[in-house]
Design a protein around this ligand. Sequence first.
Ligand code: NAP
Length: 295
Amino acid sequence: MTAKLIDGKAAALALRERVAGEVARFREATGRVPGLAVVLVGEHPPSAAYVRSKVKATREAGMKSFEHRLPASVGQDQIAALIDELNADPAVDGILVQLPLPPQVDERVIITRISPDKDVDGFHPVNAGRLAIGLPGFVPCTPLGCLMLLKQELGELSGLDAIVVGRSNIVGKPMALLLLQANCTVTVAHSRTRDLPGAVRRSDIVVAAVGRPELIRGHWLKPGATVIDVGQERVEQPDGTRKLLGDVAFDEAVEVAGAITPVPGGVGPMTIACLIRNTFVSAARRERFAYDKDL
Ligand code: NAP
């Protein structure tokens, strides 16, 4: 058996095009352009690359991007002051502070400073709480993108057994809550889980968000399972090149799963598309603009 590949690139492109269409309608109706402010602290190359992709995608959707670059030596109070300005700026609908921040800065203080209504990353405790109790808010982009891929692949998720491997605040926990909301029976596994292969084996849906390349083996999977691989780690190969690997041993899993996301080209592109979506939704909510609720 060879699993169907879930094409995250194509799904992300389709979502970005739908958002761009909604942005055009919004601009026409309100005379305003949605805006995303991105704060990058220091020169961390992967962070700079993520920010470039986010800025590009924002502009391609017809929205404004405001970039704020601060030196790695910046103090917490200066970042907080910038966030206060962005919170008050009517042209800014979404605020994203690229993580990680330098060690002198407490990430929790900075995330909590962002207005929950502009928190398009969905990391603010208010948005985490809204998700937990089923109120509308902002859902973190990576798990939101995973849920969209699962719904596209499976349609109705109700009643399915799902496992989320990993319990971080930005991926694992919100993913588990989204699956619960979709009426799955959810297991959350982590580094202390006693029998991970056994738990994976019982699951119709496997979402892997661990950061340990190829931890999840093909023979652990239930035949026909749908596998979403969030992991992306650069691993040096014997020939000295570096390869991006997921948390699932892809070559093995593809023989057992029903459908699987590749790495790269699976979850990654959906994360950016969902950021664009959340930014537009923020602008629409702020202007009370009726938008396509299926976005
Ligand atoms: P994280 O904060 O490091 O969390 C990792 C989780 O995995 C923790 O809950 C940890 O358990 C668990 N874990 C570690 N070793 C394990 C093991 N042997 N068995 C079972 N669980 C284990 O990582 P993250 O931020 O969620 O990211 C996870 C991966 O997703 C990384 O590769 C990251 O690069 C990738 N990622 C991709 C995107 C994207 O857009 N594609 C976005 C975000 C993250 P404990 O809680 O017990 O320590």
